[in-house]
Design a protein around this ligand. Structure first.
Ligand SMILES: [Mn+2]
Length: 462
């Protein structure tokens, strides 16, 4: 059988050889050859005969094109999918091609329900594609749960190092799911240079000056008349369906619920999977002994009904504990037509587990407060040098929290190292924790101003 040598691992000297017949076959063989060479491998024990060079046809690497955009039955979201479709299809083709050629692929996904549901869907789709199209040994796919919200130089350096182990017929591929859309990623992207191709699936608002926006396979609903409610997990599910037509509805639900999307469909399974994904990505040590988790491991955990119930039970107990601790230490401020709450996450955190993480907990606490207050709420939860902000959609027309944070960054450039996020869920990172109280007061003052009354926030500590 004829194989094309697609990739060589320089360290082990293993060659990844792909047969592009009706059923694609990848062989990982310990032979001396070069990328691009077309060789005959019948008996690996014998030395490889001189490469019989032939024209390399890549027809087999193409997915059958899907004419109609995939729909999930939510009219607004389906409309956005339709507009993004050519990009989604092109990215799906590129991913399939790289995987089928056994070219190294790094997939970084955000460590939350949204990012991990997208990763699980993509993992399933790739597995299904491989099962139907090929028999394989080991693939060069590396899944990394990304704990930060940007792609910095240290992440890029680690990726470049891994990629440098390989010598390939075409560029390796990076896939980002649900993070990175900020100027803080510019350095990481610049560091990678043109050593890889990039597929970027995100739904965070696009900051001015973010260099990823112009990439060929950068896909973000904000560029197609959508917004953050069209989650990155949903986008990844749709792209995954374009690779292998699977039912990804539970992962779509989990992603939408996890990110508080207005498209969320609150099925029991969706809520349960969203909670579990959030917990095991916040603190993988709840289910294993390391602080990283892969989609394959997540799938194994979700397979068992008993395991799911145990995890759900623990998540509920732990959230209630955290909620009780938080309500004891809340500070409350009356603003014009709104209530602001300040929460110190130090009082909530418990030794031995990282769950819930401060950002995710801010959303839980905000939902709880909103349900119990008459007036719309704003929450600022602080932890170390971070401040997480959550706010009611009804206030945001007046407040414009993203522009407010941008203004705050300009006012206190020397204090704020980064800040931004979605319209209603944002965060600020300070250079020094000691400026936190001042920044919180300042934001409260700006919010008060924008709410139209122009008077100071009236403290009523409770
Ligand atoms: Mn997200």
């Amino acid at each position: 059988m004829e194989f094309i040598v697609s990739c060589i691992n320089r360290g082990s000297r293993f060659a990844y050889c792909v047969n592009l017949g009706e059923r694609i076959t990848i062989k990982k063989v310990d032979i001396t050859c070069s990328p691009g060479e077309v060789i005959e491998i019948d008996d690996y024990s014998k030395p490889v005969p001189e490469g019989s060079r032939r024209k390399f046809s890549d027809k087999a690497l193409r997915l059958p094109a899907i004419e109609t955009p995939i729909k999930i039955g939510i009219t607004d979201a389906d409309e956005i999918t339709k507009r993004m479709w050519p990009k989604i299809e092109a990215a799906a083709m590129l991913i399939a091609r790289k995987v089928l050629l056994s070219i190294p692929v790094i997939i970084r996904f955000h460590n939350d329900a949204d990012g991990s549901s997208g990763a699980v869907a993509l993992h399933r789709a790739l597995r299904a594609m491989l099962e139907s199209k090929m028999s394989t040994e080991r693939l060069n796919i590396r899944w990394i749960m990304n704990k930060g919200v940007s792609y910095g130089t240290s992440e890029a350096a680690a990726d470049k190092l891994w990629i440098s182990n390989y010598d390939c017929i075409e560029k390796p591929l990076m896939i980002f799911i649900d993070f990175g859309t900020s100027v803080d990623s510019n350095q990481g992207v610049a560091y990678m240079g043109d050593s890889t191709e990039i597929v970027w699936l995100d739904h965070h608002p696009i900051e001015d000056g973010f260099c990823g926006k112009g990439l060929e396979h950068y896909i973000n609903p904000w560029l197609f008349g959508g917004d953050s409610s069209y989650t990155a997990g949903l986008l990844s599910c749709i792209l995954s369906k374009a690779i292998s037509n699977l039912d990804t509805s539970i992962m779509e639900d989990a992603s939408l619920i996890g990110d508080h999307s207005r498209y969320a469909r609150f099925s029991d399974d969706g809520v349960a999977i969203s909670t579990i994904l959030d917990m095991i990505t916040s603190d993988p040590e709840i289910v294993k002994t390391s602080n990283q988790i892969t989609p394959a491991e997540i799938e194994r955990i979700l397979e068992s009904k008993k395991r799911r119930e145990e995890l759900l039970h623990y998540a509920r107990i732990r959230s209630e504990e955290a909620m009780a601790a938080a309500s004891k230490s809340l500070r409350k401020h009356q603003l014009p037509g709104a209530k602001a709450f300040i929460s110190d996450f130090k009082k909530v955190r418990k030794d031995g587990t990282k769950y819930p993480l401060p950002g995710r907990f801010a959303s839980m606490l905000f939902d709880r407060l909103s349900a119990s207050e008459q007036e719309p709420c704003i929450l600022m939860l602080h932890f170390g040098s971070y401040i997480s902000i959550r706010m009611d959609a009804r206030l945001n027309a007046k407040v414009g929290m993203r522009s407010l944070i941008a203004e705050e960054k300009r006012r206190h450039e020397e204090v704020i190292s980064s800040g931004g996020g979605h319209d209603l869920a944002l965060s600020i990172k300070l250079k020094d924790e000691s400026d936190k109280e001042m920044i919180i007061r300042d934001i409260l003052m700006l919010v008060t101003e924008r709410l139209g009354k122009g008077k100071d926030a009236n403290d009523q500590n409770t």
